[in-house]
Design a protein around this ligand. Structure first.
Ligand code: ARG
Length: 456
């Protein structure tokens, strides 16, 4: 056990307590951030005359060599250390001797870990954003390819009005675009550097916090040192934004699963993204979509856990906060994996266009358009609604779509109907006429696609 304390203690930590307290098994992934933070700290200490230039250079080289050796597999991060911070310090001292003991001057693990976690979250926001951008790219391609893939639009999971697959995908485009915006907001607010806040009350050394902040790409130093070491709001904001990404992916997965079912047969998920059954030879299951839907739970879980962890913690740093890591790491890994797999599944999915179009033609999705036809011929909308309602009832009783009615059947309910009703309620017309901003008509859709292209 390589401990960072000892002077005040007369006894070793109980073995179980030591293991319970240790975070090395999971905070080892913060090594690059921990080293980057230490390098900036040391440069600042030397600039302020707290370390000599020789000490600075020795420490910087030592830190760099630790990172290189770990990444090359030459140096193992073992459970012998309590956390990544003690691992780095112990190895630094082993490599460069006494100068290494000066690294922690004017610093506490409290501001150190606050910094490491912020750097990590900031790095991962960029990575997740890349994955989301890739997903949006895939969506845009599918939108372009499916501008006239007709399908029913649903409300209450009941066929409502006809639309296109491009329009349906455009809805998800907007959701993931907002998700990117939320992540950008998280970064904006978190981007102040906590280093130099010490344990909680700053330090007596003449640190230049603005300089350290600048070296690490922050917009400036945090303002209050107690807040700096006890703030995990940005972790919660991240988990909340990630929960929303998963909520969107989960809704999308649910639709893909429905569409891929024997009953819908709107799409076929590629073999590369499906699995079979050990007993039923005919099965091809949408496991990837189901897992994306299922994994939403663990990301929500991370958010709920962290909200609960933070709710009773007095200022400033308390060890409870070490619990910010595992759930967050898991949520980040989960979201990146899910977004990437979903993109792949979407890119390779086949769409059964005739089947979707056929489905759009049934279920009276053009009933609103039939009512609008009457309105255009002077019938008040509420009366038109009633007339078409009667037609639909007749259609259900006689197993007929409105398109298949004879003109006499239309006119039996209202004399206003004429031959041009057929064109007015055709699938093409129903979609094509809807050209208000954001609607599926081709003019509106072209504008939406052009805007999406400009955004990406
Ligand atoms: N492993 C700790 C964490 O993740 C590092 C900070 C420890 N600070 C302390 N005063 N014990 O929060």
């Amino acid at each position: 056990m390589a401990q960072l304390w000892g002077g005040r203690f007369t006894k070793e930590t109980d073995k179980l307590a030591y293991a319970f307290n240790a975070s090395i098994s999971f905070d080892r992934r913060l090594l690059p951030q921990d080293i980057a933070g230490s390098c900036a700290h040391v440069k600042m200490l030397a600039k302020q005359g707290i370390l000599t230039e020789q000490e600075r250079d020795a420490i910087l080289q030592g830190l760099e060599s630790i990172l290189v050796d770990v990444q090359a597999g030459k140096l193992q991060i073992t459970e012998q250390y309590e956390d990544v911070h003690s691992f780095v310090e112990a190895n630094l001292i082993a490599r460069i001797g006494d100068a290494g003991k000066k690294l922690h001057t004017g610093r506490s693990r409290n501001d150190q870990v606050a910094l490491d976690m912020k750097l990590y979250v900031r790095d991962e926001i960029a990575n997740i954003d890349e994955e989301l951008k890739e997903l949006l790219q895939t969506l845009l391609e599918q939108m372009k390819a499916n501008r006239d893939t007709f399908m029913p639009g649903f409300t209450h999971l009941q066929k409502a009005q006809p639309t296109t697959l491009a329009h349906h995908f455009g809805a998800y485009f907007e959701m993931f675009r907002r998700d990117r915006g939320r992540l950008a907001d998280v970064k904006k607010r978190l981007n102040l550097c906590p280093l130099g806040s010490g344990a909680l009350a700053g330090t007596t050394y003449p640190l230049d916090r603005a300089y350290t902040a600048e070296l690490l790409g922050f917009d400036g130093p945090t303002r209050n040192s107690m807040d700096s070491v006890s703030d995990r709001d940005y972790v919660l904001e991240l988990l909340s934004a990630l929960s929303m990404v998963m909520m969107h992916l989960s809704r999308f997965s649910e639709e893909v699963i429905l569409w891929n079912s024997n009953e819908y047969q709107f799409v076929e998920i590629d073999d590369g993204y499906s699995t079979g059954s050990s007993i039923m030879p005919q099965k091809k299951n949408p496991d990837i979509a189901e897992l994306v839907r299922g994994k939403t739970g663990r990301v929500y879980g991370a958010l709920t856990a962290m909200l609960t962890t933070m709710k009773g913690i007095p200022l400033a740093y308390d060890k409870d906060m070490q619990e910010d890591k595992e759930g967050t790491f898991d949520a980040i890994d989960t979201v990146k994996g899910c977004v990437r797999l979903f993109s792949g599944m979407l890119r390779t999915m086949r769409f059964h266009k005739p089947r979707m179009e056929e489905s759009a033609k049934h279920g009276f999705t053009n009933a609103t358009d039939a009512a609008d036809y009457l309105v255009n011929h002077g019938v008040p909308f509420r009366d038109a609604h009633g007339i078409v309602g009667q037609l639909v009832l007749y259609g259900i009783q006689h197993h007929k779509a409105l398109d298949d009615f004879t003109l006499e059947e239309f006119q039996a309910v209202s004399a206003v109907f004429a031959q041009d009703i057929y064109d007015a309620i055709s699938l093409e017309t129903c979609v094509e006429k809807r050209n208000t901003t954001g609607a599926p008509g081709s003019a509106a859709m072209d504008a939406e696609i052009a805007e999406a292209e400009a955004y990406l």
